[in-house]
Ligand binder design. Structure first.
Ligand code: BTN
Length: 236
C-alpha cells in the first residue's frame, strides 16, 4: 500500500512506525530533513523527483547479511532503468549511476531482531526523475529527464521501482543474483582513479564486489586488495 505525504522530516523516520507492514511504501513530496549517506543531507525540490521508503520484513537475513539486501535493492533499481532504455550501473556501495552521473541514492535503515537476525528494514530511495537544474555543489547529478530528453511520469516510475525492488527482494530468499549484480557494477574492469580515506590517490581496476560488501580492486602492480565501506572513494 502507498502512503503519500506532502511533507515529512524524512520518509525513513516515518517508515519506522510499526503501523507500516511489509511492502508498504511511504512517499513524500518534500522532506524537511532528508537524509543521505555518511550523515549528509538529501535535498530534492518538491514535485520533481521521488523520495520514498519501502518497508520490508527482513527477519530471514542475518545482521551481517545487510549488504545482500542492498544488492537486491540496487539490482531492482537497475531493472527500472532498463524499462526506460537506460543503461544504469551500481556504483559501490549505494548509488545508481548513468554514465558518470548519479541518478539514485539509497539509504537503508535496519531494525535488529533477536539472535543476530535483522527484523525490519526501511529502504530509503531518492530518484532524480524530472529535475533539470541542480545545486552546483553536487558533484555529478543527473536525472531520468536529462538522460531521456523528456519529462517522465513520476507515478509510473514509483510503481515500477517498487515492483522491481520487491521482485529482487523475493529473489533474495531463494535465488542467487551475484552474477547479474557483477555484470552491473559501475567501472567494472576499467582502469580508473580512487582515493583512500587519507586523501592518497591511486589507479586500479574494479574486479568485483564480495557478497559481504568488500570492493575488490586490482592495483597497477597486479596485487588485489579488498576495500571496505568508507575505505575508498571514486574519483570522478
Ligand atoms: C545518498 O546519500 O545517496 C542516499 C540518499 C537517500 C535519499 C532518500 S530520499 C527518501 C529517503 N528519505 C531520506 O531521508 N533519505 C532517503
Amino acid at each position: 500500500m502507498f502512503y503519500f505525504f506532502d511533507e515529512l522530516s524524512s520518509t525513513i523516520d516515518e517508515a519506522r512506525d510499526d503501523k507500516y507492514r511489509h511492502g508498504d511504501v511511504v512517499v513524500a513530496e518534500h522532506q524537511t530533513a532528508g537524509r543521505g549517506q555518511r550523515g549528509r543531507v538529501w535535498h530534492s525540490p518538491a514535485g520533481e523527483n521521488l523520495m520514498f521508503s519501502v518497508v520490508l520484513d527482513t527477519g530471514f537475513l542475518r545482521s551481517n547479511e545487510q549488504f545482500l539486501l542492498l544488492q537486491a535493492v540496487a539490482l531492482g533499481l537497475v531493472d527500472v532503468f532498463v524499462l526506460y532504455g537506460l543503461d544504469a550501473r551500481v556504483k559501490w556501495t549505494n548509488d545508481i549511476y548513468i554514465g558518470d552521473r548519479k541518478v539514485v541514492g539509497v539509504l537503508i535503515d535496519h531494525t535488529l531482531g533477536a539472535n543476530g537476525m535483522l527484523a525490519r528494514s526501511g529502504v530509503g530511495i531518492g530518484i532524480n526523475v524530472n529535475q533539470r537544474v541542480f545545486d552546483s555543489a553536487l558533484p555529478n547529478p543527473t536525472s531520468m529527464a536529462v538522460e531521456l530528453g523528456r519529462e517522465v511520469d513520476r507515478g509510473e516510475v514509483l510503481r515500477r521501482a517498487c515492483e522491481c525492488v520487491m521482485r529482487r527482494v523475493e529473489q533474495l530468499r531463494e535465488g542467487d543474483f551475484q552474477r547479474e549484480y557483477h555484470s552491473r557494477i559501475y567501472r567494472l574492469d576499467e582502469l580508473a582513479e580512487y582515493e583512500l580515506a587519507n586523501g592518497e590517490r591511486f589507479r586500479g581496476t574494479i574486479r568485483g564486489v564480495r557478497p559481504g560488501g568488500g570492493l575488490v580492486v586490482e592495483l597497477q602492480d597486479g596485487t588485489v586488495r579488498e576495500f571496505l565501506f568508507r575505505e575508498v572513494s571514486f574519483v570522478i
